[in-house]
Design a protein around this ligand. Structure first.
Ligand code: C5P
Length: 227
């Protein structure tokens, strides 16, 4: 089956408080985006890449794309709109596999990528990298008081990539957009249609670079993974 990789990279990354979108911040001498694409390419060298970018993004350079087969699509208002634009732009079959991966997760390992891919092939509802919650989870009042602890044994952090069959993912995101419900990952859209994607336990260091401190942390993780 053909494999498609969708990388939403059209966010502003405002929480980063930087002078440029976070995917272009320098990590070990190269932009974050270049690291993320290289990791994806190491696991899936023959995949077809769809990169969602802002139309007025003047930071992007094609030299950072290691894939032979790739295209650029215009990002949307929200992450889900960017992914929808990607799904609309490609000529995929209903059963083609689509993996969606945040550009902001440069530390994902080849092993985790391949494990996720395996799971997507074997679970009709799709699969996502995830990790069990380690901290005690609190339910807060609007005023910020701790009301009670939530049982954490069934709680997971949703990471990316998340992978699905093209037709299933297209329907799920199309539905979410029509309902005007904001979904923050692909699995949420798929779950809303009654499917239950498989959680694939991934590494704890698959960090999403979000806040200023995360850049140094991501550099340390990438360095440690090379040793
Ligand atoms: O802002 P956040 O880190 O949650 O964004 C997750 C991913 O979605 C990032 O890779 C970001 O570039 C992307 N995104 C997008 N289009 C948007 C918003 C976010 O492609 N409108």
């Amino acid at each position: 089956d053909p494999l498609w990789l969708v990388v939403p990279a059209a966010g502003q990354g405002r929480r980063m408080e930087a002078n440029r979108p976070k995917q272009y911040l320098t990590l070990l001498g190269r932009p974050l985006l270049a690291h993320t694409l290289e990791r994806l390419h190491s696991a899936f060298p023959n995949a077809r890449l769809v990169l969602c970018l802002d139309d007025d993004d003047h930071w992007f350079a094609e030299k950072w794309v290691p894939f032979a087969d790739w295209q650029r699509v215009t990002g949307g208002e929200e992450r889900m709109d960017s992914v929808f634009n990607a799904l609309t732009a490609i000529d995929a079959g209903d059963n083609d596999l689509v993996l969606v991966h945040d550009v902001a997760r440069p530390c994902v390992t080849r092993e985790d990528l391949l494990a996720l891919y395996q799971a997507v092939q074997h679970h009709a509802a799709g699969a996502l990298l995830a990790m069990p919650v380690a901290d005690t989870m609190k339910r807060a009042s609007p005023a910020g008081a701790s009301l009670h602890s939530e049982p954490r044994d069934a709680l997971w952090h949703a990471l990316t990539p998340q992978g699905f069959r093209y037709g299933q993912l297209y329907r799920a995101i199309n539905d979410a957009r029509n309902r005007h419900t904001l979904v923050t990952d692909e699995a949420s859209a798929v779950e809303a249609l009654g499917d239950a994607p498989q959680l694939v336990s991934g590494r704890r260091d698959n960090l999403k670079v979000t806040h200023p401190d995360d850049l140094a942390l991501a550099a340390a993780i990438l360095t440690s993974q090379r040793d």
